[in-house]
Design a protein around this ligand. Structure first.
Ligand code: ADP
Ligand code: MG
Length: 415
């Protein structure tokens, strides 16, 4: 069967999205690959289709139980035999799943990187024909990324112990050069083909607003954008509560979301937002993975996040439907201190702390930039663009108004 037939028969899509077919062909030809494609590009299909066509098993390494579960549920719904094995499985689950794997019925097995340390599991896998090892969210191997997971560092040695070397395919939406270098070095990819989709999101309008009175800005923005769906990201839970109360007291249908709330309230808030029962969500970065709402018209960052990767990922929740949407950063130099504090409290190794501070510095440069914002973002992600100005961002279109001059904070040293 051809890849496109699998796409249509099993997944019900008429055609590939840009980039998918080339990645699939590479894997099917037996070559390792690293695919750097933005969130929502459709990376999962790039390893799931080969999993159905290759002789042997595909092992998918994934960082989150919720991601594993979502993918396995979706595959099962398409009648593709897939299982996950994690710490939440009961002994009975485990027995059943291992039996299904051994029988050869299962095509994809999802595990966390930590499972590779389990001797029983390792011995078990060594008796099976593993055709492909997929490293999903591969940036987790790098200390330069924002989701570093030590367990990812063990993948290479684990693969080396398999009786036959499988194809390794790695996937991520993180595209900085430093992370890419780490992924290539640490995952043990063998002469991989590297794919890189464009990270440009033409329908997003980026702006940096340097305002002392951020609340006033937000309220007047909401007034001018009635009933539009949007997210306001803040740096701390306390700030989430404060901004939420202010917005709500002015009569807006607002919700809040942060890690300090009960699971039940978080779930309800997320649903209310998804179904447009509330239009504005005031949230910390806990509001993230798994939000797939298409009509978010604006994302306002009330404080700068810790790095440009997080910023672009959070801002990128706007405009998934392709319609024009705004991504506004309210930049105040004092807020840099909050992020700096969070890093210092983060119990990082000195080396990791230095990296975090460097990433924060790049974020601050974005906030202070007078150049094209889209160019700054794409440049950060290592994308070579032929133009200097997009003419579709705040800095390209507006005169920069520096309301906020705090000379004593101008030279914050982050090193
Ligand atoms: P990523 O991992 O790159 O963020 P996913 O693999 O989760 O993206 O895919 C995002 C969405 O796109 C999913 O709902 C998926 O079913 C859909 N999708 C993927 N490929 C195609 C395609 N060729 N045609 C239509 N929809 C697709
Ligand atoms: Mg994915």
């Amino acid at each position: 069967m051809q890849a496109v037939e699998v796409l249509q028969k099993y997944f019900g899509y008429p055609s590939f999205r840009p980039g998918q077919e080339a990645v699939i062909e590479t894997i099917l030809s037996g070559r390792d690959c690293l695919a750097i494609m933005p969130t929502g590009a459709g990376k999962s299909l790039c390893f799931q289709i080969p999993a159905l066509l290759l002789q042997g098993l595909t092992l998918v390494i994934s960082p989150l139980i919720s991601l594993m579960k979502d993918q396995v549920d979706a595959l099962t719904a398409q009648h593709i035999p897939a299982v996950y094995i994690n710490s939440q499985c009961t002994l009975a689950d485990l027995k059943y799943r291992l039996g299904a794997i051994r029988s050869g019925r299962v095509r994809l097995v999802y595990v966390s990187p930590e499972r590779l340390q389990n001797e029983f599991f390792t011995n078990f896998m060594q008796t099976l024909p593993v055709a492909q090892v997929v490293v999903d969210e591969a940036h987790c191997v790098s200390q330069w990324g924002h989701d570093f997971r030590p367990g990812y560092g063990m993948i290479k040695a684990w693969v080396d112990k398999l009786p036959e070397r499988p194809i390794i395919s790695a996937f991520t939406a993180t595209a900085t050069e430093k992370v890419k270098t780490d992924m290539l070095a640490l995952l043990g990819l063998d002469k991989p083909r590297i794919f890189r989709g464009s990270f440009d999101r033409p329908n997003l309008y980026f702006r940096v607003v340097k305002s002392q009175d951020k609340l006033r800005f937000v309220i007047s923005y909401l007034q001018n954008h009635p009933r539009e769906s949007g997210i306001i990201y803040v740096a701390t839970r306390k700030e989430a509560e404060r901004v939420y109360a202010e917005v709500k007291s002015r009569g807006y249908a607002a919700g809040r979301y942060h890690a300090g709330l009960e699971d039940e309230e978080r779930k309800r808030m997320q649903e209310d937002f998804s179904y447009d029962r509330i239009s504005v969500m005031v949230a910390t970065n806990a509001f993230g993975m798994g939000i797939d709402k298409s009509n978010v018209r604006f994302v306002i960052h009330y404080q700068i996040p810790g790095n440009l990767e997080s910023y672009y990922q959070e801002a990128g929740r706007a405009g998934r439907d392709g319609a024009p949407s705004e991504c506004i950063l309210l930049f105040h130099r004092q807020d840099v201190m909050i992020q700096r504090y969070l890093i210092e409290q983060g119990r990082y190794t000195p080396e990791k702390e230095k990296k975090e501070l460097y990433n924060l510095q790049r974020m601050v440069q974005y906030g202070e930039s007078h150049g094209c914002l889209r160019h700054a973002i794409l440049d950060y992600f290592g994308e070579n663009v032929s133009w200097q100005r997009c003419e579709r961002c705040g800095n390209c279109q507006e005169e920069t108004v520096e309301e906020d001059r705090t000379p004593e904070l101008r030279n914050i040293c982050l090193c």
